[in-house]
Design a protein. Sequence first.
Length: 189
Amino acid sequence: MESSETIEVVIGRIGKPHGIRGEVTVELRTDEPERRFADGTTVRAERPHGSAAPWPALTVTGTRWHQSTLLVRFDELPDRNAAESARGLLLHATVPVDESPEDPDEFYDHQLVGLAAEDVDGRHLGEVTGVLHGAQDLLQIRTPDGRDALVPFVSALVPDVDLAGGRVVVTDRPGLVTPFPDDQPANGS
């Protein structure tokens, strides 16, 4: 029996306008742009801090590729001024909670949050408590001593994501998750 529960996933961020007819560049956060930005799709728009953009949602009316950049037209952005006002909006899609990306090396945030973080020798480092999206995606790991460590989510540092086993493997080094030896409290203090 299939689940009817859904969850939101981040699929992109609106970049700069392209041309004068409201077309915008989109910084992709999905490996399935044709699926997530299909004509007629409505996506939720999250305003960045300080933005006065008035749109809670945007409806895709067309897409095209310009070199390696996805250009998207939204019904609500008829001209360059509107497109400029939408700059920075984070775009979300609603997907079934049991859906996985088509690419086996891609994961939705909700699949990662809650996984145990272990080093390559199997030592417990903490738990994944969040995924931060920016120029580089970061895993936020809460350590057993209550610190939050940020680990770039790249294969060199996170070589294995084992959803079935409930864990991620982190190639840890001092200062990444484990503190530098000088930063650790001395015995008895």
